[in-house]
Design a protein around this ligand. Sequence first.
Ligand SMILES: CC(C)(COP(=O)(O)OP(=O)(O)OC[C@H]1O[C@@H](n2cnc3c(N)ncnc32)[C@H](O)[C@@H]1OP(=O)(O)O)[C@@H](O)C(=O)NCCC(=O)NCCS
Length: 141
Amino acid sequence: MSEHAPKHDRINPVPLPTDQELVLKVIPMPGDCNANGDIFGGWVMAQVDLAGSVLPARHVRGRMATVAVNQFIFKQPVRVGDILSFFSCVERIGRTSITVKVEVFAERFRSQGEYFKVTEASLTYVAIDDKGKPTPIAVRD
Ligand SMILES: CC(C)(COP(=O)(O)OP(=O)(O)OC[C@H]1O[C@@H](n2cnc3c(N)ncnc32)[C@H](O)[C@@H]1OP(=O)(O)O)[C@@H](O)C(=O)NCCC(=O)NCCS
């Protein structure tokens, strides 16, 4: 990259996944920035936690808690006004827990159609009962 290139020039547009489900779309606003003017990583993590819960909720159909963030990679910065698309798939269903992969792709608001992978993560959710204790996930066809 040239010395004068904008620091956020995106690299490597990628195709969107065809083997995962679109579970959330959201556009970050100026109030979601960190001191550098990029989108705050904690904001991205909160959105990923929400997006990751969508497929487990389909199986659990009740209370759940996030028990673990197994992996979280910020591959490229997110800008104010980017359209973020969150794709997810189930990686493992255990007795009381479900592990999902979440991948986040950014698209510029004013030049849509090119996607850049900005984040990928793996999270585990646990089905819990009324007392907050792990409870078995019913297996459905
Ligand atoms: C989630 C919670 C109910 C689990 O209780 P626990 O007694 O630790 O659970 P267990 O040891 O019986 O494990 C339950 C399941 O979680 C899985 N699990 C537990 N710790 C894990 C970890 N660090 N990573 C991945 N999976 C984990 C277990 O493998 C098990 O899955 P399985 O039944 O499918 O095999 C409890 O830890 C809790 O309330 N945590 C706080 C949740 C919360 O507040 N989340 C929001 C944070 S901001």
